[in-house]
Unconditional design. Structure first.
Length: 241
């Protein structure tokens, strides 16, 4: 029986979410060895895996090289393996220049990660990419390969995760936040309007979201109270359940 084995390579791609107080953003990189005017110059950060690496280790490496942060929330959510996902001539050209292997087919294991935009990202020593930038989710460009599909799939998965483990949203917020900030974050994740009164009721059931004595300063509107996420209270709740 004849078999048609091909040169297949495995990569990882990472969807890094950040929240800027108004909307979700994705951390994108500019790939090298392309025309500056190429409409598909921006992509998700990723890499082929090394021969001695597990895919999880490869994803952690990509994020560390990109941000300088050792520990970030990281979740594998799907494998993308369509035979034609790397068939675009420009994508093939970039692969040849970036890696130079004989790649007939490229399979990627996709991850998403959560990062506070306020954290300083250590990208000064990154030479792999020409530029790194936060891009609003609502303004994502047409990206190479199937990276737009990967982002869409990551949103579906992060919504499912929140339903079972809502604590992950606090990885996107500052240590102290207002209910309005939390409300805008939920609206951004779910891409829909959420009634603020019902949302206040929802937050009231979150015994791990604690009000602080501190309020906003120097604002033109009525100063809002700050809240914090209490990890110990959340762990006690999980244990009791």
């Amino acid at each position: 029986m004849k078999t048609n084995f091909i040169h297949t390579y495995v990569s990882v791609d990472c969807v890094v979410f950040g929240f800027d107080d108004e909307q979700l953003n994705i951390l994108l990189v500019q790939r090298n060895n392309i025309d500056e005017n190429d409409p598909k110059r921006l992509k998700l950060p990723g890499s082929l895996i090394f021969d001695n690496e597990d895919v999880d280790d490869a994803a952690s490496r990509v994020l560390y090289e990109l941000t300088g942060i050792r520990r970030m929330t990281l979740k594998q959510f799907r494998c993308f393996a369509a035979p034609d996902r790397a068939s675009n001539p420009q994508d093939i050209k970039w692969l040849d220049q970036a890696y130079k292997p004989d790649i007939d087919r490229l399979i990627t294991v996709a991850y998403f990660s959560l990062c506070k935009i306020g954290r300083k990202l250590n990208v000064s020593n990154i030479t792999k990419y020409k530029a790194v930038e936060w891009c609003p989710l609502s303004e994502l460009p047409d990206m190479p390969f199937d990276h737009n599909k990967i982002v869409e799939a990551s949103l579906i998965d992060i919504r499912r995760w929140i339903e079972t483990d809502p604590v992950i949203v606090f990885d996107l917020l500052p240590q102290k936040f207002t209910i309005s900030q939390l409300h805008r974050l939920y609206e951004s994740i779910y891409n829909k309007k959420i009634d603020i009164r019902n949302f206040h009721k929802k937050v009231a059931t979150m015994t791990y979201v604690l009000p602080l004595a501190e309020k906003q300063l120097g604002v033109s509107h009525r100063a809002a109270r700050y809240y914090k996420f209490d990890k110990k209270a959340y762990n006690r709740l999980k244990t009791s359940i």
